[in-house]
Design a protein around this ligand. Structure first.
Ligand code: SF4
Ligand SMILES: [Zn+2]
Ligand SMILES: [Zn+2]
Length: 313
């Protein structure tokens, strides 16, 4: 039996926790949820510069598309791409990102691991122990903040969707990291302070399936294949399990996020330490240690490169 749109009664194209909808009402719904999330959490104020963390993938291009369409009148929207240096993957998405930004006249900036550390991710993977995503995550967060600071952005908008956030919630609970858990949510848990640009997640209530469909309907040319290093380690296990649970019971991911938001309300902000972070003695950006994690990685890669051979560090 054909599913019918719950708003107009036409043939529906999707049935998810955000509703059973036809093409037109689906597009409207995705944009209205995004804008409502932005307004409800005070994510973007008039006059602010918003840097969209743009990987060139379907999620970030869809976010840039919606923000450009709805906020450009009162805001400066720019695009920042972090080039990890993953051959056959990031080079493709960077081409797509450039085409998209040129078409919609969005200024774009690219910061690479190679420029920062002297090594790209493919080389880093060979010399560092553990799963690549741990090192990659540190460098990406660092460069994104540095890029946003250097471009005078007031906010960094990331395209983290409902699947990503549910994954983060479960990961932090299973790793017993309650501090990190309390820093999740639509707006970065860290308070505004010098050296750190607050982060916002306007897609937090939209699923991966929905952003995929939204990008296809809007003709957003994006690479739909994941990074070759994705799915490794514990995060990969958690991600697969959450998808299984969502298939068994629709609404599971949304429930996980809603519960996290309730718990945050109960514990924050009193639970989290008030103390401001120190500054990294190498780069000057906020850090809880004398040398921040990104500078420590850069130093160890330099040592490894100086030795002139690939060894585990
Ligand atoms: S999947 Fe891992 S290695 Fe690939 S871009 Fe993401 S964090 Fe980096
Ligand atoms: Zn409809
Ligand atoms: Zn540093």
């Amino acid at each position: 039996m054909n599913m019918l749109c719950e708003i107009c009664g036409d043939r529906a194209i999707i049935s998810v926790s955000n509703g059973t909808l036809c093409k037109e009402h689906f597009v409207e719904k995705i944009e209205s949820i995004t804008i409502e999330t932005i307004n409800e959490y005070g994510m973007i104020r008039p006059g602010e510069t918003v840097a969209v963390a743009n990987s060139g993938g379907k999620d970030s291009l869809s976010l840039l598309y919606i923000l450009s369409k709805n906020f450009r009148k009162n805001n400066n929207i720019i695009s920042i791409t972090i080039d990890e240096g993953i051959a056959g993957y990031r080079d493709k998405t960077i081409e797509i990102m450039k085409r998209f930004c040129n078409r919609w006249r969005v200024p774009y900036f690219v910061y690479s691991y190679k420029d920062f550390s002297g090594s790209d991710m493919d080389s880093i993977k060979k010399v560092r122990k553990g799963i690549p995503c741990s090192t990659c995550g540190v460098l990406r967060r660092y460069l994104l903040n540095k890029a946003a600071m250097e471009r005078n952005a007031d906010k960094v908008a990331t395209a983290h969707n409902m699947d990503d956030e549910a994954e983060n919630v479960i990961m932090n609970l299973l790793q017993n990291d309650f501090d990190k858990f309390l820093r999740l949510g639509p707006v970065s848990g860290l308070k505004e302070r010098s050296g750190f640009v607050p982060r916002i997640k306007p897609f937090i209530f939209i699923s991966e399936k929905e952003t995929m469909l939204y990008s296809i309907i809007n003709g957003i040319d994006a690479v739909h294949t994941p990074c070759p290093y994705a799915g490794m380690g514990f995060r990969g296990v958690v991600s697969r399990k959450i998808k299984e649970m969502e298939s068994a019971k629709m609404g599971t991911k949304m429930n996980v996020i809603q519960k996290m938001l309730m718990m945050k309300q109960r514990y924050s902000p009193d639970y989290l330490p008030k103390k401001d972070m120190e500054k990294c003695s190498v780069c000057g950006y906020p850090s809880s240690q004398n040398v921040c994690e990104a500078c420590a990685i850069r130093q160890s890669l330099a040592t490894s490169n100086n030795r002139g051979r690939l060894t585990n560090i």
